[in-house]
Design a protein around this ligand. Structure first.
Ligand code: FEO
Length: 135
C-alpha cells in the first residue's frame, strides 16, 4: 500500500509543480515498497540517489520562480529546502557507510516532511505564482 496517497489537497495550482510533486510522492512510495519488501542495499541505494537527485531538480524549479517573480518568502522557503538537503545527505552518508538502516522511522520522516512542506509553505506560493501568470 502506498505510503502517501496523492489528492487534490496537495495541489499548488501550478501544473508543472504539481507534476513534480506527484513524481516525488511516487518515488517515496517506491522507496517505502522496496524497504518493506526487504530489498538489498544496492536497490535501496539507487532509489535513494534518484530521490535526492530529483528533489534537487524540483527545489531548483521552485527557487528559479522565486527569483524570477521576486517571491517575498523566498529566503525562509529556500532555508527549508537546504535544511532538508543537509538532513537527507547526512542520512545517505550513514546509509552508504552501513551506519544507518532504511527504517520505517526514516520513511516516516521523508513522508511527513514532504507532505507538511507541500501543504504548508509550497501551497503559500500558489496564488502568488498564479498572479504572475504561472498556472
Ligand atoms: Fe515543493 Fe518547496 O518544495
Amino acid at each position: 500500500m502506498a505510503l502517501i496517497k496523492w489528492s487534490d489537497s496537495f495541489s499548488v495550482n501550478v501544473v508543472e509543480i504539481d507534476k513534480q510533486h506527484q513524481k516525488l510522492v511516487g518515488m517515496i512510495n517506491d522507496l517505502d515498497d522496496a524497504m518493506r519488501q526487504g530489498k538489498g542495499k544496492d536497490v535501496l541505494g539507487k532509489i535513494v540517489n534518484g530521490l535526492i537527485s530529483y528533489t534537487g531538480t524540483h527545489f531548483k524549479t521552485e527557487e528559479r520562480y522565486f527569483d524570477q517573480f521576486g517571491y517575498p518568502e523566498a529566503n525562509s522557503h529556500k532555508k527549508e529546502h537546504s535544511d532538508f538537503v543537509a538532513k537527507v545527505s547526512e542520512f545517505k552518508d550513514g546509509f552508504e557507510k552501513g551506519k544507518i538502516g532504511l527504517t520505517i522511522k526514516v520513511m516516516d520522516f521523508l513522508s511527513d516532511w514532504l507532505q507538511n512542506h507541500i501543504k504548508g509553505v509550497d501551497k503559500k506560493y500558489g496564488p502568488f505564482f498564479n498572479d504572475k501568470g504561472l498556472k
